[in-house]
Design a protein around this ligand. Structure first.
Ligand SMILES: NC(=O)c1ccc[n+]([C@@H]2O[C@H](COP(=O)([O-])OP(=O)(O)OC[C@H]3O[C@@H](n4cnc5c(N)ncnc54)[C@H](O)[C@@H]3O)[C@@H](O)[C@H]2O)c1
Ligand SMILES: [Zn+2]
Ligand SMILES: [Zn+2]
Length: 404
């Protein structure tokens, strides 16, 4: 079968690999009909989320048809159409039972303390083969895939696999209450769903921060008040627009590939930080292979975090859903502590949110497919990766079509 395979940092290929087989009674085999490319995949190819095992199939977003199930999988049958949550949880440990699928005690072969298990991730996440492939083995399938109603299309369902639940998780972590003023850092696909979720939770005002015009435009179409960090100073602008107070809460939907301003006054004022940021990056990403304009790590790994913590109101809340690798130790703790902030963070517990979000899509309360701006066959996956990596105009979220 065809699959997108990680070879080394800066080198991914479309390879022909063996089809997966059932390996345990909890497994299912799914024939994928749709997958997608995510900002998390970009961190791995850029080298900012390191320790990938060569030969790992990338991708953790998938929709498909159940082909075969093991003896312990009683809730799925051949022919059923499912959305696959990105994280893998056993469903029976104390963490999974409380909805903390991202901290499952059993799914990680390296043990209960090794961290979140997801498809197509680094060594310590399993690794499990990913979903940018024609077929996939789904471990613990009795507590992962959810059967889709017929009136949810693949283009809607693929966004339920990871990024809509993650945006919603971020909005919940930020503790959004009706009327709150929210700042969302990053207007990529995850940021767009953080904005949509803040609206579902009745936020009063939403600020959206990025520098890519087409991404800011989509945020504005959702009703957000936009701030271009290359054109103005983020923290000062947030204060100016909120009577000097700042937003009640902030969501970091950027992660480790954050960038610093590249020109204008914000750039001049931030220059003193650039050397420090370069040092952080060397430690976080010891191996990078940018080439031909692709796979450049962000030049300010903690830039979005700094702005979120500095910009939020005192006593405010910060939710971190952008991904930072375990080796990253550059958190602005002093700034946060002295403002009495509440900070929540983590990998999404996708499976816990799926029933609720499926209901919202099924009833037409929200149509997530507006975020899916591009669709390509798997044979064009590498070009699609490159355009998404460059944040080319109009390349918001890229779906990969696998079969019909
Ligand atoms: N916690 C989870 O479970 C989970 C799940 C999925 C994705 N993620 C993470 O969410 C993050 C976003 O994912 P995505 O697919 O939207 O990625 P993306 O790379 O498409 O989007 C990131 C956006 O942030 C913007 N940006 C860069 N520097 C910034 C700064 N200093 N301030 C504000 N914006 C800045 C970029 O221009 C880009 O539009 C990634 O870190 C990804 O790994 C986390
Ligand atoms: Zn993803
Ligand atoms: Zn578990």
């Amino acid at each position: 079968m065809k699959a997108v395979v990680f070879h080394e940092v800066g080198d991914i290929r479309l390879d022909t690999v063996p089809e997966p087989r059932l390996e345990a009674p909890d497994d299912a085999i799914v024939k994928l009909t749709s997958s997608a490319i995510c900002g998390t995949d970009l961190h791995m190819v850029r080298g900012t989320l390191s320790d990938m095992v060569p030969g790992t199939i990338l991708g953790h977003e998938g929709v498909g048809i159940v082909e075969e199930v093991g003896a312990h999988v009683r809730n799925l049958s051949r022919g059923e159409r499912v959305v696959i949550p990105s994280t893998i949880g056993c469903g029976y440990c104390s963490y999974c039972r409380r909805g903390y699928y991202a901290q499952c005690d059993n799914a990680n072969p390296h043990g209960p303390l090794a961290g979140t298990v997801f498809f197509g991730g680094p060594k310590m996440s399993g690794p499990f083969q990913g979903l940018q492939a024609e077929w996939a083995r789904i471990p613990y399938a009795q507590s992962g895939p959810v059967i889709l109603p017929d009136n949810i299309s693949d283009n809607q369902a693929i966004l339920l696999s990871d990024i809509f639940p993650t945006g919603y998780f971020g909005a919940k972590l930020a503790g959004i209450q009706g009327g709150d003023t929210v700042a969302v850092f990053g207007c990529g696909p995850v940021g767009q769903f953080a904005i949509a979720s803040a609206k579902l939770l009745n936020a009063g005002r939403i600020f959206a921060i990025d520098k890519v015009p087409s991404r800011l435009d989509m945020a504005k179409r959702q009703g957000a008040e936009i701030i271009n960090f290359d054109a103005e100073e983020v923290v000062a602008t947030l204060r100016d627009l909120t009577g000097g107070v700042g937003p009640d809460c902030a969501i970091d939907a950027v992660g480790v590939d954050a960038e610093m301003p590249s020109h204008g006054r914000a750039y001049e004022n931030g220059r003193a930080q650039a050397a420090l940021a370069a040092q952080e990056l060397r430690e976080i990403a010891p191996e990078t292979h940018p080439r031909d304009g692709n796979w450049h790590p962000g030049n300010g790994p903690s830039q979005a975090l700094h702005w979120a913590i500095e910009g939020v109101a005192k006593g405010g809340r910060v939710a971190i859903i952008g991904v930072y690798p375990p080796r990253d130790r550059f958190f602005p703790i002093g700034l946060a502590m002295n403002k009495n902030l509440r900070i929540m963070m983590g990998n999404c517990n996708h499976r816990a949110y799926l029933p609720e979000l499926i209901r919202l899509v099924r009833t037409g309360a929200i149509d997530p497919s507006a975020v899916l701006t591009q669709e390509r066959g798997i044979v064009n996956a590498l070009e699609a990766y490159k355009a998404f990596d460059k944040r080319s105009d109009g390349w918001m979220k890229v779906g990969l079509k696998l079969a019909s």
